[in-house]
Write a protein that binds this ligand. Structure first.
Ligand SMILES: [Zn+2]
Length: 291
């Protein structure tokens, strides 16, 4: 079911986004996704990124096969899959099976699927991303060049104003489009990222703050930022906002802090990306005119 949405949040008066229903995510029952999405910023190195997320350089490189041949050539704005466990994450190609992937890494498919980060094999396939725990046969896949301390090469690109990455680092506890049938709600209009209350929330692109508002029955305290290319982003359940309507913000600027305001079961950020007012999957890479 696709529920079109007009950006009623931009209108005056109390915001009542009709299609928005927060999925119930009990804090103690939330199972994190096996990966985070990291948008490379100038000065990043794979070494630093791996350390920041508590993974190893090897798992990071192996999770991004397009990076592995030239891991010193990561570029600002590039998005990396970062495994959040002792292992790598693998994006299944069309037609590729779990059995094939497991065999390639010298593992048993049932054991791979049984790993808690694969949620019993159910959720990863929403994005076709599988967690491969501690694969044994990876040595021949390691890049040979010395790369682990290299800095990002290339000039800093002009900020294209398109949302990239996520507004904070943390386990994603609910994906875009997920249903919560017990709530009789529509599909989830964003992603939920669990984080302690007070964690800084940053803008994922430069833009202008369109709205800072409070919606007790849904978003709680939330911020909407307008970006280039008819994109906007929304940051909900904040504990506090650090920006004002009309204010110009840059990518990476702190715009608020995590809270649990509104219809929320615990501290987390509900993050939306909208194109021309319609929610799109924040984990897709946006391009001018559409994802
Ligand atoms: Zn949410």
């Amino acid at each position: 079911m696709v529920m079109p949405i007009d950006l009623s949040l931009h209108q005056d008066g109390p915001a009542a986004p009709e299609v928005y229903r927060e999925a119930a995510v009990p804090a103690d029952a939330a199972v994190p996704l096996p990966y985070a999405l990291h948008a490379v910023v100038p000065g990043d190195t794979l070494w630093d990124i791996a350390r920041r997320y508590g993974t190893s350089l090897r798992w990071l490189v192996l999770s991004n096969p397009d990076v592995a041949p030239h891991p010193d050539l990561i570029r600002p704005g590039q998005q990396l899959l970062v495994p959040l466990g002792d292992g790598l994450v693998h994006r299944l190609a069309p037609g590729e099976t779990v059995e094939q992937v497991a065999a390639a890494y010298g593992l048993d498919a049932a054991a791979v699927l049984a790993h808690p980060l694969n949620r019993g094999g159910l959720l990863p396939f929403a994005h076709g991303i599988l967690f491969v725990p501690s694969p044994r046969s990876v040595d021949d896949r390691q890049p040979s060049a010395p790369w682990h301390r290299d800095r990002v090469l290339g000039a800093v690109p002009a900020d294209d104003g398109l949302p990239r990455g996520t507004p904070l680092i943390g386990p994603i506890t609910s994906l875009f489009g997920e249903m919560a049938p017990e709530l009789r709600s529509g599909p989830h209009t964003g992603i939920d990222i669990a984080a302690p209350a007070g964690t800084p929330v940053v803008a994922t692109a430069s833009g202008a703050v369109a709205l800072v508002a409070y919606d007790d029955g849904g978003y709680g305290l939330y911020v909407v930022i307008d970006h280039a290319g008819r994109y906007s982003t929304l940051y909900a359940h904040l504990g506090q906002a650090a920006v004002r309507p009309g204010q110009r913000v840059e990518r990476g600027q702190v715009i608020g802090r995590v809270g649990t305001s509104g219809r929320s079961t615990g501290p987390h950020l509900h993050y939306e990306v909208r194109l021309a007012g319609r929610p799109i999957d924040p984990l897709l890479t946006p391009r001018e005119g559409g994802p």
